[in-house]
Design a protein around this ligand. Structure first.
Ligand code: F6R
Length: 231
């Protein structure tokens, strides 16, 4: 893992966007797995600007959504579905057949996870994964204690995630469970970029860098990844 420190949100975002673009330029068939949340918003905006300016062909890339809130419909502006469409897929002109997102309304959670796992393995794995860090150190919705061997799965959310998650919603909603790409898939991504921004994340990042590497603090696992960037 390489630690990269920036003195502003805009320079952090520009660097992350450049890495995303480099991945696509080097591999036009790349499979990218993208997080939602406040942190990567500007990264997506800057990536779109570069795609337009340099007329980069992204029509052969495939995009996977990292996670979703179980029970939240895609029309809800707090859903990951809505976010990725609004901030990246629609403005970047990405076609529906280039995208696979978890269905948060699925009646069969196991099949939903199996389907995601199948898609990831059929595509040959994830080339580029962009993740944020939760206030409790989660990656995607792999909460503290998630298994390192986990593939896509549904898991109960910690109180901190439920409370913090409310910032994404216009109206209060009940979020109890998340559906997420598993830590095994995170660790197998060929390039893993983890972004954190703002003072509120400093304590969890310090712990992730200094504490024992453990699934009790999922973000600490990045230190075991041979091609990862904590930014
Ligand atoms: C979102 C996700 C979450 C967030 C994390 C940080 O798809 O996977 O793990 O990345 O909770 O969220 P923000 O960026 O809003 O601080």
């Amino acid at each position: 893992m390489e630690l990269k420190i920036f003195n502003s949100y805009s320079s952090l975002s520009a660097a992350a966007a450049a890495m995303m673009i480099d991945c696509i330029k080097n591999n036009p068939d790349a499979v990218l797995c993208l997080a939602t949340g406040d942190t990567p918003k500007l990264t997506y905006q800057l990536a779109i600007e570069t795609i337009r300016k340099e007329n980069i062909d992204i029509s052969h890339c495939f995009f996977i959504g990292l996670d979703e809130w179980i029970g939240i419909p895609p029309e809800n502006s707090g859903s990951c579905h809505y976010y990725l469409n609004q901030y990246f897929f629609t403005p970047a002109g990405i076609m529906p057949e280039q995208i696979h997102l978890f269905d948060a309304l699925t009646k069969d959670e196991t099949e939903e996870c199996n389907n995601m796992n199948r898609i990831i393995s059929t595509k040959g794995g994830i080339d580029f994964m962009l993740v944020g860090v939760g206030m409790n150190g989660h990656i995607g919705l792999n909460e503290p204690g998630a298994s390192i061997n986990a593939l896509a799965h549904v898991a109960p959310l910690e109180e901190m995630t439920k409370t913090t998650g409310m910032k994404y919603f216009d109206e209060p909603v009940l979020i109890e469970k998340g559906i997420t790409i598993g830590l095994k898939q995170v660790m197998e991504a060929r390039t893993l970029v983890m972004m954190a921004n703002g003072k509120k994340k400093s304590a969890i990042i310090k712990q992730s860098l200094e504490n024992e590497i453990s699934t009790g603090l999922p973000a600490s696992l990045i230190r075991r990844h041979s091609n990862a960037f904590l930014m």
